[in-house]
Each structure stands twice: as structure tokens, then as C-alpha cells.
Design a protein around this ligand. Structure first.
Ligand code: GZL
Length: 337
């Protein structure tokens, strides 16, 4: 959970637009691979340490960052950590050695960053957190956070279930049994989406989370955990998946068990990527809370301000909405990711 008092800047409406990316984004250091630093020109060099390529959301997020760097004339060095914190730390250290002008990253988990961020601070390289936050007492280690309010996303998911409790009691026994597919253990979205969801369902004591386990934000992880829940739990009414990809994996497991997803077992997810919205429009998912991955344009604007030594808000929260099945049908054709 974001440690500081959240001074939520005015909601930011992120421009859409996903263009073909310039740099490689396959884990190598992308971009034009300048000699590090701005090399005397006024071109900004950014080192970006990405979490990985674990989900449709992450793919859209990477494309947005790479396309926006190109549009902004920022030389982007890009790395993919395959969801391993040690790889992100290595990438940040390499950016420090290359004397980039600014470092940005999405911390795969909330803790364990103070040492490497203190190294960046000593090297006088500003750091921007995007997408996920860190749980550190030393807020001088980064300039700003750009991303979503994950607690609010969890609250939106929980509120939908409270508002739709009657139709979610799929076996009519008066109790609403929920199984939860958590995101990556220790990741801000996993911690906060759980917190927000639990806060809201506490209003209805017929709703109970009977089992909860990480599927690591991947489709395969969601499928495997759902298979085990279908064996260990009787009368599951609802799946709450912390992202679409795990929800899509759960759909595969539910169908393999001869049940109808969205009907026999209701499904609530977060993200609203194309595959999730397609399943929602087909009635296999019942509700999706949007999490906007298009952070690129805002990130590049913040980077220019930070490098120029200008003041920036402590936190820039993206604006997001929610979708039911009818709303998904109406917008599916126009979705950019
Ligand atoms: C949320 C982001 C999460 C997405 C997942 O901002 O960190 O990570 O919800 C992704 O799809 O893997």
C-alpha cells in the first residue's frame, strides 16, 4: 500500500494510441542504445526496468512506453526482468553505470528496493515509479508514482458482488462462496486488490472467500489454481481474479470441469484487456474493473519535467472505469489493447 499520504493529483486521462514499437523490448536494452547519459545533446536517455511479459496488460504497457519514448524523442533503454526482482535490480544498476538521465520501473514486488534506489540517488539519477509502488519509508528515493489506485479497483470488484449477491448465489444455498486468484505474491496490485475487495464484501456476511492462492498474474497460473480449487472446494459460486489473464485460465478449467463460466460460476476480473473484454461480451466473465496500461505518454511528460528539475506531483493516478457484459459489447470494437 502506498505508504505516504496519497496526494492524489487530479485524475489523469491518458491518451490512448499504441503504435508499432521502435525498440526491441525482448529483454535486451532497447532504444537507440546511446552511450548513456545525454551524450552532450539535449536528448534524454531513460532506463526502463519492466516487470516482464506475464500478461496482456503488461504487453500493452510495454508498447505504450516504447511508442511514447519514440514520440517524445527520448532514448529508451529497456529491460524485461521475467518477473524476477533480482533482474530488475541488475537492470537499474546497469542504468546507473550507463549514467542515464532518468530511471523508471514497475517494481515487481513492494519491498527490497531501498539499497538500489539509494545507489541511484547517490548517482544523482532521478527515479520514477510506474504502475506498481514500493513500500518504503524513504520517499526521497523516487520523484513520483504514476499508476492506478489498486485498493479502489478491489473495492469496485467487491461492490459489484455485494450489489449482485442474489444472482451470484449460483447454487441457491444462501451462501456466496468465493475463490480468489491472487496476483504475484508481494506485488502492490495483489496486496491492494485483495484489501479493497475484502473491505467491500464485509458488508454482506453471506459472502465468504473460501480459498485464495496466487496464480502469479498468468493465464497458466490461473488455470492450475482453479483446477485445484474445483477439486478441493464444493459449490463455488464466484471467482475473483486479480487480472484478466488468470480469469481466462480459470474459464479453461471451469469448462474442462463441464461447468459454464459466467453462469454456473460467476467471474470478476481486473484489467479489461481485449481477451478479457471478449470473454465478458460472450458472457463467460460477469464484471471487469479496468486498469489502464497506457502510461507511456504521461511517463514521458513526467520524465522531461523531472530531468529539467521541475516540481512534479508525488502521485499521478490514472482514470479508469468498469465494464459489465452489455458495456463490453458496446466498446469491444474500439478497444486499443
Ligand atoms: C497492474 C499491473 C498488473 C496487471 C496484471 O497495474 O501491475 O500486472 O493487473 C499485470 O495483468 O501482470
Amino acid at each position: 500500500m502506498f505508504k505516504k499520504l496519497m496526494t492524489v493529483a487530479a485524475g489523469v486521462v491518458l491518451a490512448g494510441g499504441l503504435a508499432a514499437c521502435g525498440s526491441d523490448g525482448d529483454g535486451g536494452s532497447g532504444g537507440s542504445g546511446g552511450a548513456g547519459g545525454s551524450g552532450g545533446s539535449d536528448e534524454i536517455t531513460m532506463g526502463f526496468a519492466q516487470v516482464g511479459a506475464e500478461s496482456g496488460w503488461r504487453t500493452a504497457n510495454t508498447k505504450s512506453i516504447q511508442a511514447s519514448a519514440e514520440e517524445a524523442g527520448i532514448d529508451l533503454k529497456f529491460s524485461d526482468a521475467q518477473q524476477k526482482q533480482e533482474n530488475q535490480i541488475k537492470a537499474i544498476r546497469s542504468y546507473i553505470q550507463q549514467k542515464v538521465d532518468v530511471i523508471a520501473f514497475s517494481p515487481v514486488v513492494e519491498t527490497g528496493w531501498d539499497t538500489v534506489l539509494a545507489e541511484a540517488k547517490r548517482a544523482k539519477i532521478p527515479v520514477i515509479l510506474t504502475d506498481r509502488s514500493v513500500d518504503s519509508d524513504d520517499t526521497s528515493l523516487y520523484k513520483t508514482f504514476l499508476g492506478s489506485d489498486f485498493v479502489l479497483e478491489g473495492e469496485k470488484a467487491g461492490q459489484w458482488l455485494v450489489d449482485n449477491a442474489k444472482t451470484s448465489d449460483t447454487n441457491g444455498d444462501g451462501a456466496i462462496k468465493v475463490v480468489e486468484l491472487q496476483g504475484t505474491t508481494g506485488a502492490a496490485p495483489a496486496i491492494d486488490r485483495k484489501t479493497g475487495f475484502e473491505d467491500k464484501i464485509a458488508a454482506d456476511d453471506t459472502i465468504e472467500i473460501a480459498a485464495s492462492q496466487t496464480g502469479d498474474f498468468t493465464r497458466d497460473g490461473g488455470k492450475k489454481v482453479m483446477e485445484s480449487f474445483l477439486k478441493s472446494q464444493q459449490d463455488i459460486d464466484v471467482v475473483y481474479a486479480h487480472n484478466d489473464d488468470m480469469g481466462l485460465g480459470a474459464i479453461e478449467a471451469i469448462e474442462a470441469a463441464g461447468k459454464k463460466p459466467g453462469v454456473d460460476i460467476k467471474i470478476i476480473t481486473v484489467d479489461a484487456v481485449k481477451d478479457g473484454m471478449t470473454a465478458l461480451s460472450e458472457g463467460k466473465i460477469n464484471f471487469i474493473v479496468e486498469c489502464n496500461p497506457l502510461l507511456g505518454p504521461q511517463l514521458m511528460e513526467l520524465a522531461k519535467k523531472v530531468v529539467a528539475g521541475e516540481e512534479v506531483p508525488e502521485r499521478v493516478v490514472t482514470e479508469e472505469t468498469v465494464f459489465d457484459q452489455e458495456q463490453a459489447k458496446a466498446v469491444l470494437a474500439d478497444r486499443q489493447y
